[in-house]
Design a protein around this ligand. Structure first.
Ligand code: GDP
Length: 448
């Protein structure tokens, strides 16, 4: 393992009240003591105590007035000796302090290297490490809660308990192989029972991925409809600010306008597409093409009609690009007298709203949240939110599925159980190759 002492800014680049430079490794205390002039406390510095003082270069240059803390191994983020210097937040102050430590022999940390060390030193597993990156990236309350649960090890301990159960089953099967002629009273029926239970547990985790993804990344909701039905007005009413251009001239929303918001804790990306209609205008044609493509990608399409007018050919065209299972009809302009709704449209579930006076907007919000099931609520059960974890769980489930079909051959059963066990080990990072680890940690920010 790389024993070098690493250093990096732990706070983002830019101006701020405080900037933090963090060191980890066996030389971090020595490096701090070389440049730190504590105002009261004498060396050696006590662990986990913030000390006031000044940072002074070897040539006597005063760099900054700082607070420094030393966290002795193994009770630190990385399980190594860690030092943090809290200086004034500003690019040149932080830069100068970094340069000081680098010139004295520390190496600039790679992205995620502090967390990688925490992982390699066994303080956290890979699921928890991924949770750290997610927590930093979290943009909604639900995403924060899922990520924190992951950092605190709730998902890991569930996976570990499945893994222990699997290891017990494997031991039982191996006993059958090793002592076939001796009557140990070993029976394989508890194995298939155990495998069934495990399958249910792993399936539960796999199916939690969609909910996890929805809560973490949010869902995309496309506002689709011919020009002038009120898409931009609805987007504005939803978001509460005038983002999209609202005009009386048909076809002004040519580009895609996207807004992120959360309703009932559910993170949403609301997209206002170009108005769908038959057109010769090349710019608008491109917009229509993109709207079509978006309708295929969106998790939900809100097909907007002007409820005060009988739907025409352009409305039909819009309907044709929608998948009815993922479409909710929104009849806008309910402040005006309603027009009758003909058959193909009347078959869709619908909400009447008015972007002008806000009527029906609450019902529309509720309809959107209920379309996505439990909506924004993060339940007690841990959720899988990383595709990497999902893929390993699918491998585990496939191997377990093969155990049930080869129950009369304990050798084959053992082989599949071992494969399933490896897959769970992979989720936790116990068997993950270095190249994959490097790829995972390189997505982290510097200083974490
Ligand atoms: P888009 O082309 O579908 O994005 O439609 P806009 O949002 O630009 O609206 C087109 C026209 O319909 C504008 O004149 C809006 O003021 C009007 N409009 C939008 N929503 C409503 C509504 O709920 N009631 C009424 N009466 N007019 C609306």
């Amino acid at each position: 393992m790389d024993e070098q002492t690493i250093v990096a800014p732990a706070t983002p680049v830019g101006e701020g009240g405080v900037g933090i430079v963090r060191l980890s490794g066996s030389r971090s205390v020595e490096l701090l003591e070389r440049f730190f002039r504590p105002s009261r406390q004498l060396f050696p510095l006590p662990s986990h105590r913030l000390c006031h003082g000044h940072l002074v270069a070897d040539d006597g240059t005063h760099l900054d007035e700082v607070l420094a803390v030393f966290m002795g191994r193994p009770h630190s983020y990385t399980c190594e000796d860690v030092v943090e210097v809290h200086c004034h937040g500003g690019n040149s102050v932080v830069r100068r302090i970094l340069d000081l430590f680098i010139a004295a022999g520390a190496r600039l940390a790679r992205p995620g290297e502090f967390t990688l060390r925490a992982f390699l030193n066994g303080r956290i597993d890979l699921v928890q490490a991924e949770g750290v990156a997610e927590l930093i990236r979290a943009r909604s309350e639900s995403a924060r809660r899922i990520a924190l649960g992951q950092v605190e090890g709730r998902l890991s301990s569930l996976i570990r308990s499945h893994r222990d159960q699997l290891a017990d089953l494997l031991a039982l099967v191996e006993a059958c192989i090793d002592f076939p002629e001796e009557d140990l009273g070993v029976e394989l029926s508890p194995v298939s029972e155990g495998v069934g239970e495990l399958l249910a547990g792993i399936d539960g985790l796999i199916s939690s991925f969609d909910q996890g993804r929805i809560l973490r990344e949010g869902v995309s909701v496309l506002l689709l409809g011919r020009p002038n039905v009120g898409k931009s007005s609805l987007l504005n009413a939803f978001v509460g600010e005038a983002r999209a251009i609202v005009t009386d001239v048909a076809g002004t929303t040519r580009d895609l306008i996207e807004e992120s918001l959360a309703i009932g804790g559910l993170p949403l990306r609301l997209v206002d597409a170009a108005g769908i209609r038959e057109t010769e205008d090349p710019i608008e044609l491109e917009g229509v093409r993109r709207a079509r493509a978006r309708a295929q990608e969106a998790d939900l399409v809100l097909l907007i009609l002007d409820g005060s007018q009988t739907p025409g050919d352009d409305d039909l065209l819009a309907l044709q690009v929608c998948d009815p299972h993922r479409t909710l009809l929104v009849l806008n302009k309910s402040d005006l007298p309603p027009a009758p709704l003909p058959t193909p449209f009347a078959e869709l579930s619908r909400v009447r709203v008015s972007a002008h006076n806000g009527q029906g907007l609450v019902a529309l919000r509720e309809a959107v949240v209920s379309f996505f099931g439990a909506g924004g609520e993060v339940g007690e059960a841990p959720l899988v939110s990383e595709r990497r974890q999902l893929e390993a769980l699918i491998r585990c489930r496939e191997a377990l599925g093969r155990v049930t079909v080869c129950s009369d051959s304990p050798e084959l059963a053992a082989l599949e159980l071992r494969e399933a066990l490896d897959a769970l080990g992979d989720v936790l990072g116990e068997t993950t190759p270095t190249e994959i680890l490097d790829r995972i940690f390189s997505r982290f920010c510097v200083g974490k």
